[in-house]
Write a protein of this length. Sequence first.
Length: 231
Amino acid sequence: MPTPEQIRQQMEMLTADLVGLSLCDRQNFPSLRDLGHGCYEVGIGERGNVSYALKNVPYHDIYVELDRTQTYNLRMLDGALIQMMYRFRDNQVESHRLAFFPSPFLDEFQNNPEIYLEDEIYAEVIMKNIVPFPLRFDFDCRDEIVVEVEHPKSHLTLGQYQNCRIPVSAPLTPYHFLGFILRNFYNTAYHTFSTKISSFSEVFNISITDSEMELLYVQIPTQARLQSRKS
């Protein structure tokens, strides 16, 4: 089970990797804050208003506000914003918010694809049929939040749909989240640079219930699965 400091270190090293590989052009290195009473928060400091991303306003406006206030850990070269925030209580993860906000302004890339053909980071965004949409991996284990099946502890939300909560088997580490983003949305860059990106073995414990496993759900690496592979 990763500690708050281990999560901070993952975020810091991965941020440095992506900056060093020129996959992002702006970044906020993670902060670790002691909130008292055994609570710690790993995130992006005091920048911006994270809750703005949940407001019922056009996605264009959400993106512009997050970009303007630099409410992100990473800003990719194509303008996509990545957020990673964790809260721990007594060294146990209590919640996380891992979000990907692709830029709604892809006209420059799609109208002038010849400019970007040689750059791996743009290979997936120069196609005119690309439709940018946000996604978010949330985790919250508080009793007042969790409703089995309807509001799983760990879930994936696509496109800001209010009731889209696809069950996820466990909380995600920064390493697995960024790997998911790079592999699926920057695949050319991922295959080019994956061996130059730091890897981490720490994982969180499984959180999905039996009832949620009867639905279509997202399986992510957990300690039990990693140990079974080794045996």
